[in-house]
Ligand binder design. Sequence first.
Ligand code: GCU
Length: 604
Amino acid sequence: MLYPQSNRFRCSLPVDGFWSFQVDPEGVGEQEAWWNGLPAGRQIAVPGSWNELFPEHRDYLGDAWYVTEFDAFAPGPDSVLSLRFDSVNYSARVWLNGTEVGFHEGGHLPFEFNVSDLARDGRNRLAVLVNNDLRPDRVPPGNASDSPFSSMMSSFPPTSFDFFPYGGIQRPVWVSMLDAVHIVSAGVETGFDCNDDLTGYVNLRVEVAGAAAARLACQVLDAGGGMVAEGTCDVKDGTVECRFELPGVRLWSPADPHLYTVAMELRDDEGKARDAYRLETGVRTVEVRDSRILLNGEPIHLKGFGKHEDFPVHGRALNLPLIVKDGELFRWMGANSYRTSHYPYAEEALRYADRAGLLVIDEIPAVGLMFGDNGDRIAGWLEVCKGQLRDLIRRDLNHPSVIMWSVANEPMTADFMARFRGADANPAFVDAGTDFFVALVDAGKELDRSRPFSLAGVMGGPVEWLELCDAVMINRYWGWYRLGGQIEQARAGMEEELDALHERLAKPIIIAEFGADTIAGHHSEPAEMFSEEYQVDVLRMTLDVAAERPWIAGLHVWNFADFKTGQGVMRPASLNHKGVFTRERRPKMAAHFLRSRWREDAAA
Ligand code: GCU
């Protein structure tokens, strides 16, 4: 799905701003009752989440009405009017001018509707019924009485994951006017041939609507606008594939995040120009080989964080200043990578990462999945996850910063607690997960073979699931959830486990989470858990263990910043305090430690 763009053929306008808002706890569901009855005074920000805007709705789960009006005009026979939502959490039912337009389930990924037949000249009224119920059959699941997470954390609201279940229209909403003959999607796969002058290539695949026969004229432009390749290709049955060679290519990398632009113009079968689109991308390759992750053929080491899209008042909503602030703090520390834990982040964050040269592991919202004798639920999750992975890959395929797909965070077997205490896993539960992830990764590889696939394995989770991954990602809390307060014993335990794991898997291993809850300003000598000193000790121990193991391809500290969770005995002030920054981005000692260590490593 193309990020909205305006030019002489297409116009995309955001419908953001202050919308009328009303929760609907009884689920009245009759939009007329709500449109006309909506109290004009109650407004909400779009993008935004309702939970931190209205005190009485902080924990609200259920239906909520959003209504706004916008100016448009009824498109003629040669035009199309579409409505695009970049993210609604969790589901959205949409009406335009009193007629239902459609329904979408799943947060964090865009969806759109063709509303050409419903749009009017002048004011148009848009109503959206948002729902953020926690349900066991959703992804991520919630309200699941059999969830190991729920029994461990006793979180309220009753999530099966460790972050707050914000609800709302959390990213921009767009109205787009397009020519009836237009570009629907464009995907690139890039690489290079190591001959004498390093020739790059861009394989472009474009889908077109409104014309069976057409032509696509393309130019590949360098950053300065100079044309480096061009070609015109025939559209057949609505699709076209072109390849462009780029002699003397400048590869994309963290050190040189060089971007090219593929400028496309679509001409109909009479040669008349009908649409145009400028697609930015970088030429680079990502491979897994000999227990290393290679970028452009060279081993890379990921230094960074697991994060959350989370900030006071915003909740989980697009926050452009925060994307810049976090990017600058990455630069300050010498960090080069993050995982979009535990859901796709706003595409604006990836556009920033492309330009900043950050390396991103892109994750679908599959957190809290549990595999036991719940076959029907597992089958339902698989269909949802396949759809989420499809939509994620289609949205993010062209971003050079995305180097790997993550299909789940900490999937568990139903007997997780017993396993964590050392019991053997039920093989049928392990097999249920294995079948699930084989099917999910296979579906992903149908859409993108240019990037590795992985999942973040929970401490004590099935190694069989890690074996399915191209590169291994594991969350490990040695010195916190295991051997807390006993750094040296934790070091020994981690070394033994990692060496055995690498011996068995012979793949690169990313420690995708490690860290310690830390109350900013709390100090102790000698170090003790929850102090800033102890957090540094855990991070230092882990970095030291990794420094002796070149097959540890990356370290992502959990977490970049403190973030909001539900209420529970394990989360004081309803925050996860494992950030190396506070929620407001004030550095703890650990941030200064990582800066000294990572910049020192970079200088080495
Ligand atoms: C898990 C999980 C995180 C969670 C973390 C923690 O590894 O992946 O979402 O926040 O543990 O307990 O802090």
